[in-house]
Design a protein around this ligand. Structure first.
Ligand SMILES: C[S@@+](CC[C@H](N)C(=O)[O-])C[C@H]1O[C@@H](n2cnc3c(N)ncnc32)[C@H](O)[C@@H]1O
Length: 234
Protein backbone atom coordinates (compact mmCIF):
# COMPACT_ATOMS: atom_id res chain seq x y z
CA UNK A 1 0.00 0.00 0.00
CA UNK A 2 1.33 3.41 -0.90
CA UNK A 3 2.09 5.99 1.72
CA UNK A 4 0.13 9.25 1.67
CA UNK A 5 2.05 12.19 0.27
CA UNK A 6 -0.46 14.67 1.68
CA UNK A 7 -0.61 15.14 5.44
CA UNK A 8 -3.38 12.94 6.85
CA UNK A 9 -4.93 16.00 8.50
CA UNK A 10 -5.65 17.58 5.08
CA UNK A 11 -7.37 14.41 3.89
CA UNK A 12 -9.28 14.00 7.14
CA UNK A 13 -10.49 17.61 7.17
CA UNK A 14 -11.92 17.00 3.71
CA UNK A 15 -13.47 13.67 4.80
CA UNK A 16 -15.00 15.25 7.90
CA UNK A 17 -16.56 18.14 5.97
CA UNK A 18 -17.74 15.87 3.18
CA UNK A 19 -19.62 13.50 5.51
CA UNK A 20 -20.95 16.30 7.69
CA UNK A 21 -22.42 17.78 4.50
CA UNK A 22 -24.14 14.49 3.72
CA UNK A 23 -25.25 13.59 7.24
CA UNK A 24 -28.80 15.01 7.11
CA UNK A 25 -29.75 13.19 3.89
CA UNK A 26 -27.56 10.10 4.38
CA UNK A 27 -30.40 7.81 5.47
CA UNK A 28 -32.41 8.47 2.31
CA UNK A 29 -30.24 6.03 0.32
CA UNK A 30 -31.77 2.55 0.02
CA UNK A 31 -29.15 0.87 2.21
CA UNK A 32 -27.95 3.61 4.54
CA UNK A 33 -30.88 2.89 6.83
CA UNK A 34 -33.37 0.03 6.77
CA UNK A 35 -36.49 1.02 4.88
CA UNK A 36 -38.81 -1.86 5.74
CA UNK A 37 -39.10 -4.72 8.19
CA UNK A 38 -37.60 -7.30 5.77
CA UNK A 39 -34.43 -5.26 5.33
CA UNK A 40 -34.25 -4.59 9.07
CA UNK A 41 -34.62 -8.29 9.89
CA UNK A 42 -32.12 -9.36 7.22
CA UNK A 43 -29.44 -7.16 8.84
CA UNK A 44 -30.33 -8.35 12.33
CA UNK A 45 -29.85 -11.93 11.12
CA UNK A 46 -26.43 -11.19 9.59
CA UNK A 47 -25.23 -9.28 12.65
CA UNK A 48 -26.70 -11.76 15.13
CA UNK A 49 -24.76 -14.50 13.43
CA UNK A 50 -21.48 -12.59 13.73
CA UNK A 51 -21.97 -11.23 17.26
CA UNK A 52 -23.47 -14.36 18.82
CA UNK A 53 -25.98 -14.64 21.65
CA UNK A 54 -23.86 -13.50 24.57
CA UNK A 55 -23.86 -9.80 25.46
CA UNK A 56 -20.56 -8.36 24.22
CA UNK A 57 -18.81 -5.01 23.82
CA UNK A 58 -18.63 -3.73 20.26
CA UNK A 59 -16.84 -0.86 18.53
CA UNK A 60 -18.41 0.50 15.32
CA UNK A 61 -15.81 2.21 13.09
CA UNK A 62 -17.07 5.22 11.10
CA UNK A 63 -20.52 4.71 12.57
CA UNK A 64 -22.21 7.39 10.42
CA UNK A 65 -25.89 7.74 11.34
CA UNK A 66 -25.59 4.59 13.47
CA UNK A 67 -26.68 1.80 11.15
CA UNK A 68 -24.61 -1.08 12.58
CA UNK A 69 -24.48 0.40 16.09
CA UNK A 70 -28.24 0.64 16.49
CA UNK A 71 -28.85 -2.86 15.14
CA UNK A 72 -26.21 -4.35 17.44
CA UNK A 73 -27.70 -2.44 20.38
CA UNK A 74 -31.11 -3.83 19.45
CA UNK A 75 -29.52 -7.29 19.66
CA UNK A 76 -28.52 -6.44 23.23
CA UNK A 77 -24.84 -5.57 22.85
CA UNK A 78 -22.89 -2.67 24.40
CA UNK A 79 -21.90 -0.53 21.45
CA UNK A 80 -19.57 2.43 20.99
CA UNK A 81 -19.83 4.18 17.64
CA UNK A 82 -16.95 6.39 16.53
CA UNK A 83 -17.07 8.90 13.70
CA UNK A 84 -14.94 11.81 12.53
CA UNK A 85 -17.97 13.90 11.51
CA UNK A 86 -19.70 15.86 14.30
CA UNK A 87 -22.94 15.99 12.31
CA UNK A 88 -22.95 12.21 11.87
CA UNK A 89 -22.42 11.75 15.61
CA UNK A 90 -25.29 14.15 16.42
CA UNK A 91 -27.66 12.38 14.02
CA UNK A 92 -26.71 8.95 15.37
CA UNK A 93 -27.28 10.17 18.94
CA UNK A 94 -30.69 11.53 17.98
CA UNK A 95 -31.68 8.23 16.38
CA UNK A 96 -30.50 6.28 19.43
CA UNK A 97 -32.59 8.51 21.68
CA UNK A 98 -35.66 8.23 19.46
CA UNK A 99 -35.30 4.46 19.32
CA UNK A 100 -34.65 4.17 23.06
CA UNK A 101 -31.23 2.57 22.49
CA UNK A 102 -28.50 2.96 25.06
CA UNK A 103 -25.69 3.38 22.52
CA UNK A 104 -22.66 5.59 22.96
CA UNK A 105 -21.51 7.67 20.00
CA UNK A 106 -18.31 9.67 20.15
CA UNK A 107 -16.29 11.90 17.89
CA UNK A 108 -12.92 10.47 16.92
CA UNK A 109 -10.49 9.19 14.35
CA UNK A 110 -10.65 5.44 13.82
CA UNK A 111 -6.98 5.40 12.78
CA UNK A 112 -6.01 6.52 16.30
CA UNK A 113 -8.38 5.21 18.92
CA UNK A 114 -8.41 6.41 22.55
CA UNK A 115 -9.17 2.90 23.85
CA UNK A 116 -6.88 0.69 25.89
CA UNK A 117 -5.50 -2.54 24.41
CA UNK A 118 -7.86 -5.54 24.49
CA UNK A 119 -11.06 -3.49 25.07
CA UNK A 120 -13.62 -4.94 22.65
CA UNK A 121 -15.03 -8.38 21.85
CA UNK A 122 -16.02 -7.30 18.35
CA UNK A 123 -15.01 -4.44 16.06
CA UNK A 124 -17.27 -3.74 13.08
CA UNK A 125 -17.34 -1.20 10.27
CA UNK A 126 -19.36 -0.73 7.12
CA UNK A 127 -18.15 1.03 3.98
CA UNK A 128 -15.39 2.83 5.79
CA UNK A 129 -12.03 1.35 4.82
CA UNK A 130 -12.11 3.03 1.39
CA UNK A 131 -12.13 6.47 2.96
CA UNK A 132 -9.12 6.25 5.27
CA UNK A 133 -5.57 7.09 4.18
CA UNK A 134 -3.68 4.46 6.23
CA UNK A 135 -5.71 1.24 6.22
CA UNK A 136 -2.69 -0.98 6.89
CA UNK A 137 -1.89 0.91 10.11
CA UNK A 138 -5.58 1.17 10.98
CA UNK A 139 -5.99 -2.62 10.81
CA UNK A 140 -3.20 -2.92 13.40
CA UNK A 141 -4.93 -0.34 15.57
CA UNK A 142 -8.20 -2.30 15.42
CA UNK A 143 -6.30 -5.48 16.28
CA UNK A 144 -4.81 -3.67 19.29
CA UNK A 145 -8.19 -2.72 20.80
CA UNK A 146 -9.69 -6.20 20.31
CA UNK A 147 -9.37 -8.69 23.13
CA UNK A 148 -7.47 -11.89 22.25
CA UNK A 149 -9.90 -14.11 20.34
CA UNK A 150 -12.07 -11.08 19.43
CA UNK A 151 -13.34 -10.52 15.91
CA UNK A 152 -13.08 -7.81 13.28
CA UNK A 153 -15.95 -7.72 10.76
CA UNK A 154 -15.84 -5.20 7.93
CA UNK A 155 -18.77 -4.94 5.53
CA UNK A 156 -17.30 -3.95 2.20
CA UNK A 157 -17.77 -3.98 -1.55
CA UNK A 158 -15.60 -4.61 -4.58
CA UNK A 159 -14.93 -1.90 -7.16
CA UNK A 160 -17.87 -1.02 -9.36
CA UNK A 161 -16.18 -2.28 -12.52
CA UNK A 162 -14.92 -0.42 -15.52
CA UNK A 163 -17.89 0.69 -17.61
CA UNK A 164 -18.20 4.35 -18.49
CA UNK A 165 -21.38 4.81 -16.49
CA UNK A 166 -19.83 3.07 -13.47
CA UNK A 167 -16.84 5.39 -13.60
CA UNK A 168 -19.14 8.37 -13.91
CA UNK A 169 -21.23 7.09 -11.03
CA UNK A 170 -18.12 6.77 -8.88
CA UNK A 171 -17.17 10.37 -9.65
CA UNK A 172 -20.55 11.86 -8.90
CA UNK A 173 -21.29 9.76 -5.83
CA UNK A 174 -18.09 10.49 -4.04
CA UNK A 175 -16.69 13.84 -5.09
CA UNK A 176 -13.54 12.33 -3.63
CA UNK A 177 -11.58 12.07 -6.87
CA UNK A 178 -8.85 14.55 -5.96
CA UNK A 179 -8.00 12.45 -2.89
CA UNK A 180 -8.40 9.05 -4.52
CA UNK A 181 -4.67 8.46 -4.95
CA UNK A 182 -4.15 8.92 -1.19
CA UNK A 183 -6.84 6.40 -0.23
CA UNK A 184 -5.52 2.88 -0.93
CA UNK A 185 -8.97 1.21 -0.91
CA UNK A 186 -10.76 4.01 -2.76
CA UNK A 187 -13.53 2.72 -5.02
CA UNK A 188 -13.85 -0.58 -3.11
CA UNK A 189 -11.79 -3.73 -2.85
CA UNK A 190 -12.23 -7.37 -3.76
CA UNK A 191 -12.51 -9.57 -0.66
CA UNK A 192 -9.19 -11.32 -1.46
CA UNK A 193 -7.28 -8.07 -1.22
CA UNK A 194 -8.86 -7.08 2.07
CA UNK A 195 -8.29 -10.56 3.52
CA UNK A 196 -4.62 -10.29 2.58
CA UNK A 197 -4.42 -6.97 4.42
CA UNK A 198 -6.04 -8.60 7.49
CA UNK A 199 -3.40 -11.33 7.47
CA UNK A 200 -0.57 -8.83 7.04
CA UNK A 201 -1.87 -6.91 10.07
CA UNK A 202 -1.83 -10.09 12.21
CA UNK A 203 -5.41 -11.41 12.09
CA UNK A 204 -6.00 -15.16 11.94
CA UNK A 205 -8.90 -17.37 10.73
CA UNK A 206 -9.55 -14.80 8.02
CA UNK A 207 -12.57 -15.40 5.79
CA UNK A 208 -15.11 -13.51 3.70
CA UNK A 209 -18.82 -14.19 3.50
CA UNK A 210 -20.73 -13.05 0.44
CA UNK A 211 -23.68 -10.72 1.13
CA UNK A 212 -25.48 -10.67 -2.19
CA UNK A 213 -29.03 -10.95 -0.83
CA UNK A 214 -30.83 -7.94 -2.32
CA UNK A 215 -33.02 -7.65 0.78
CA UNK A 216 -29.97 -6.21 2.54
CA UNK A 217 -29.21 -3.53 -0.03
CA UNK A 218 -32.42 -2.68 -1.87
CA UNK A 219 -30.50 -1.91 -5.05
CA UNK A 220 -29.52 -4.10 -8.00
CA UNK A 221 -25.99 -5.29 -7.29
CA UNK A 222 -23.34 -5.33 -9.98
CA UNK A 223 -20.40 -5.77 -7.65
CA UNK A 224 -19.36 -8.12 -4.86
CA UNK A 225 -20.64 -7.28 -1.38
CA UNK A 226 -19.24 -9.18 1.55
CA UNK A 227 -18.23 -9.17 5.16
CA UNK A 228 -14.56 -9.91 5.87
CA UNK A 229 -13.98 -11.51 9.26
CA UNK A 230 -10.72 -12.10 11.13
CA UNK A 231 -9.74 -12.97 14.70
CA UNK A 232 -7.12 -11.58 17.03
CA UNK A 233 -4.86 -14.49 17.99
CA UNK A 234 -5.47 -15.87 21.54
C1 LIG B 1 -19.83 5.62 3.83
S1 LIG B 1 -20.06 6.27 5.46
C2 LIG B 1 -20.59 4.77 6.30
C3 LIG B 1 -21.38 5.06 7.56
C4 LIG B 1 -21.89 3.81 8.30
N1 LIG B 1 -20.79 2.93 8.65
C5 LIG B 1 -22.92 3.07 7.49
O1 LIG B 1 -22.65 1.93 7.11
O2 LIG B 1 -24.01 3.62 7.24
C6 LIG B 1 -18.38 6.49 6.06
C7 LIG B 1 -18.34 7.07 7.47
O3 LIG B 1 -16.99 6.98 7.95
C8 LIG B 1 -16.66 8.18 8.64
N2 LIG B 1 -15.19 8.30 8.63
C9 LIG B 1 -14.36 8.46 7.57
N3 LIG B 1 -13.08 8.52 7.97
C10 LIG B 1 -13.09 8.40 9.33
C11 LIG B 1 -12.06 8.41 10.31
N4 LIG B 1 -10.76 8.54 10.01
N5 LIG B 1 -12.42 8.26 11.60
C12 LIG B 1 -13.73 8.14 11.95
N6 LIG B 1 -14.74 8.13 11.05
C13 LIG B 1 -14.42 8.26 9.75
C14 LIG B 1 -17.40 9.25 7.86
O4 LIG B 1 -17.57 10.43 8.60
C15 LIG B 1 -18.72 8.54 7.54
O5 LIG B 1 -19.68 8.74 8.55
Amino acid sequence: MSESRLPSTVIKDFVKDYWSGRADTFDESPNHHWHDEFQHQAWLDVLGDIAGEERISVLDLGSGTGFLSLLLAELGHFVTGTDISPQMVLNAERKAEEGGRDTRFRLGDIEELPDADNTYDLVVGRHVIWTIPNPDLALKEWLRVLRPGGKLALFEFAGRGGTESDTEQKRTINGYEEFAEYLPFYGGSESERLMEAYEEAGFTSVMARSLMDETLWRIPMTNERYVAIGRKPE
